[in-house]
Design a protein around this ligand. Structure first.
Ligand SMILES: [Zn+2]
Length: 238
């Protein structure tokens, strides 16, 4: 399977991202989610463009002042609005025959949708709602359980100034105990090191990516849909 944007741990597409490392899900997981969810739908070049736009949201400048890209700081309404804005942009780009812009907008949309599970307590709340003693496996996660999405207890990690110090890996063990438990540093499920709930966040994000895809193409005329999937006649890559 092609993994055009999967960078080995410790390497970064943009050098400055080294400093933003602890604030985001590793790029390779976003890319893997895109592949697992959409590989059977899009042509490889389209998928590559979607992946590139997805991971570009985590560039340093995409993290400062852009809670809505990542569901940070309890910016739920702004993040939902951002998803819908990118969906509208995807469709309007397709209507003007601009498939590359549509792929980029859809890539940005998927990034936000995927970060929801890594940056909020959705997984915790969903697991807590299961019958006593039951522990469903990660693939059994329901990514859009309305009782959790509408729950008053739903929160996402806050970014504190002190977080900046955790950028320096030597200081991280000293700073972590000082950060409140509602901080992004404590709440995130960005990597497997964060514990067993990471797998639930990962599976939920893959499922949610498919749901967002279905929602985006719903009602599109056939020829517009084919343009989006980049699978018009003479344009197969198999
Ligand atoms: Zn992000």
């Amino acid at each position: 399977m092609r993994r055009p944007y999967a960078y080995p741990q410790g390497r970064f597409a943009y050098p400055q991202d080294r400093f933003a490392y602890n604030r985001k899900m590793l790029q390779r997981f976003h890319v893997e989610m895109i592949h697992l969810a959409l590989e059977d739908q899009f042509s490889p070049p389209a998928l590559e463009r979607i992946s590139a736009a997805n991971v570009y949201q985590d560039r340093l400048r995409g993290q400062i002042g852009h809670d809505e890209y990542h569901f940070d700081n309890n910016a739920f309404e702004k993040s939902y609005a951002y998803i819908e804005e990118q969906r509208a942009l995807t469709i309007s780009s397709l209507m003007t025959n601009d498939a590359p812009s549509a792929w980029s907008a859809f890539g940005r949309l998927t990034h936000t949708a995927q970060d929801f599970y890594a940056h909020s307590n959705y997984i915790d709340l969903w697991l807590a709602r299961q019958p006593k003693g039951a522990r469903p496996t990660p693939p059994e996660i329901d990514p859009v359980d309305p009782s959790v999405i509408q729950s008053e207890a739903l929160r996402s990690g806050k970014i504190y100034l002190l977080d900046l110090l955790t950028f320096i890996s030597m200081l991280k063990p000293l700073v972590m105990p000082l950060l409140p438990r509602d901080s992004h540093a404590w709440m995130n499920l960005d990597s497997p090191e964060r514990g067993p709930n990471f797998n639930y966040a990962f599976q939920a994000a893959v499922k949610r990516t498919r749901i967002e895809f279905e929602k985006t193409i719903k009602g599109l005329p056939d020829e517009v849909c084919q343009l989006f999937l980049d699978k018009q006649q003479g344009n197969f890559y198999e």
